[in-house]
Ligand binder design. Structure first.
Ligand code: GLC
Length: 563
């Protein structure tokens, strides 16, 4: 059994998230793969990364790009073989990094042998692995719950003359965690990968595993048939029970660390989930960091970005968790558009703002998760037509808006270009060759047309590139990581012009100043500035002369002093 300080290695870590299908294609079939990741490990290490979370690469029909698994113990042939995986794992460890895998056990694929059996006969031994319910008297769905991807969360199954429950896509039937055999199966999967050498898990949709078994009808918005039923499937008590059981039986004894995807979690609940003595989750990946510039839970109803809203979310979470645990800090992921398109300047100050976003986020309190390509300042892919998209969420949204509601196609396309998941799922541009050097074959999804100028090779050569700024930033972060456990004092919390703060404790002080506008902005540092060194600057500033600083458009500065 690992002791607590060994187990807490992640408190000082920086994570990098890989979307494997779009990272690097080693065998030129248009799909990124495991050997492609192995080939690029030095790139990741040089960035200053300590742990890598890779999105799913298990056998899957890929209805939701791998978040629909048919075999939890083997690698999908598009991604490689188990031997490739073992070599990758070894090479990651050789470089002193850790490996996290995505554990997707709220649901399986409908092509998983368990589900095929379960759906073929009510008497199947696997029938209770899933959630089947009778139709209502009028033959309609057992309840009016809406699926996360739109439409009903129930699908009729002819062979059993009943409906099965799917919180996500139709091809992702939910496992029935009321059945203890499901927990046993998940425990076996964890044990299998622990023996193979993984260091931890990102737990997909894990706070959704417990559903109110009475499946009551919910209110619906005017004109809608289905309604959001979160109160009946988000963070219910079964989640604590199941994760604690897995912790005691596998995760704890084996020193495996977890980061749980926790959609819509209250601060009080988060404190319970992440309290070390409760032995549940280690880190929380909270959705509040993604929702503050949209209406409610609807990513396709964007609101203008206001820096003060981001600060308030950070402030609430950081002050709640401070001294107890650390949350994941991130600007984007594979379920979101590119942060630079969302929060930054996509024109003249593109590079400056990409750096400013990182400088503003990653010196607050928490564990950075950098999503592939963010370190290059990639923008949303400029898809022109619906045919260029690949994501089930996009197709469901398009169907609902255009086919059912008759919305204007151009309006929907614009929203998809701004907010859809595919905008951040395009291949990484490694150089300016065809397909950005990602593959010699046409990729499964188009690259952003920016790759001729924005690519890894070009940025490695340019000392002022976003990539080289990220490398410097992560060095500073590692060097000052003890100070980043200290207090966080906001400078002008309510300002929408800048995001600035002081971090300090007995180890020293670190100050992050970030102009979020295209104009000059004046900031006054509420500290003695003597001895402060400029650690990072996107305008080549080498010193500061006064507490009052005029930050130029999208300028960022990181200042520090150790005691
Ligand atoms: C998580 C994943 C997302 C996936 C969903 C269903 O939210 O991040 O990509 O579609 O779970 O597995």
């Amino acid at each position: 059994m690992m002791n607590n300080s060994e187990r807490n290695w992640w408190h000082d870590a920086v994570f990098y998230q890989i979307y494997p299908r779009s990272f690097f294609d080693s065998d030129n079939n248009g799909n990124g793969d495991i050997n492609g990741i192995t080939a690029k490990l030095d790139y990741i290490k040089d960035l200053g990364v300590d742990a890598i979370w890779i999105c799913p690469y298990f056998v899957s029909p890929k209805a939701d790009n791998g978040y629909d698994v048919t075999d939890y113990r083997d690698i999908d042939p598009d991604f490689g073989t188990l031997d490739d995986w073992k070599r990758m794992c070894e090479e990651i460890h050789k470089r002193g990094m850790r490996l996290f895998m995505d554990l997707v056990v709220n649901h399986t694929s409908d092509e998983h042998p368990w589900f095929i059996d379960a759906a073929s006969d009510r008497n199947s031994r696997y029938h209770d692995y899933y959630i089947f319910r009778e139709a209502k008297h009028d033959g309609s769905e057992p309840s009016n719950w809406m699926s996360v991807f739109g439409g009903s969360a129930w699908q009729y199954n002819e062979k059993t003359d009943s409906y099965y429950f799917h919180l996500f896509a139709v091809k992702q039937p939910d496992l029935n965690w009321e059945n203890p055999k499901v927990t046993d199966e998940v425990e076996d999967i964890i044990a299998y990968w622990a023996d193979m050498g993984v260091d931890g898990f990102r737990l997909d949709a894990f706070n959704n595993i417990d559903k109110d078994q009475s499946f009551p009808d919910v209110e619906t918005a005017e004109g809608e048939k289905y309604g959001y039923a979160g109160e009946y499937y988000v963070s219910r008590p079964g989640v604590d029970r199941h994760i604690h059981e897995l912790y005691t039986r596998q995760l704890g004894p084996k020193g495996l660390v977890t980061v749980a995807e926790t959609s819509y979690c209250s601060p009080e609940k988060a404190l319970e989930y992440a309290a070390p003595e409760r032995e549940e989750f280690d880190m929380l990946y909270l959705f509040d960091l993604l929702n503050f510039d949209q209406e409610g839970y609807d990513k396709f109803s964007p609101l203008p970005f206001r820096p003060s809203n981001l600060k308030k979310v950070l402030d609430e979470w950081i002050s709640t968790l401070h001294g107890k645990t650390y949350m994941a800090l991130f600007l984007g992921n594979h379920d979101q558009c590119r942060p630079l398109s969302r929060f930054g300047d996509t024109g003249r100050y593109r590079n400056e703002s990409a750096k400013t976003l990182a400088n503003a986020m990653y010196f607050t309190e928490g564990i950075p998760y950098i999503y592939q390509g963010e370190e290059l300042g990639l923008l949303n892919t400029d898809f022109a037509s619906i045919d260029e998209y690949r994501d089930v969420e996009v197709f469901n949204y398009w169907y609902d808006q255009v086919s059912i509601k008759g919305e204007d196609e151009q309006k929907v396309l614009k929203l998809l270009r701004e907010r859809s998941r595919d905008t951040s799922r395009s291949p990484i541009p490694w150089n300016d060759e065809e397909y950005g050097g990602f593959s010699k074959h046409e990729p499964w999804i188009r690259l952003g047309s920016q790759y001729k100028t924005v690519n890894v090779e070009a940025q490695e050569k340019d000392p002022d590139s976003v990539l080289n700024f990220y490398r410097e930033l992560l060095k500073v972060r590692h060097e000052y990581v003890q100070i980043l456990k200290g207090d966080l004092i906001w400078i002008d919390l309510d300002s929408d012009e800048h995001i600035s703060y002081v971090r300090k404790n007995d180890d020293g002080i670190l100050i992050s100043l970030n102009n979020f506008t295209k104009e000059d902005v004046t900031v006054k540092i509420p500290e003695d500035i003597s001895g402060l060194k400029v650690l990072l600057s996107n305008y080549h500033r080498s010193d500061i002369e006064d507490e009052t600083i005029v930050l130029r458009p999208w300028e960022c500065l990181c200042l520090g002093k150790k005691r």
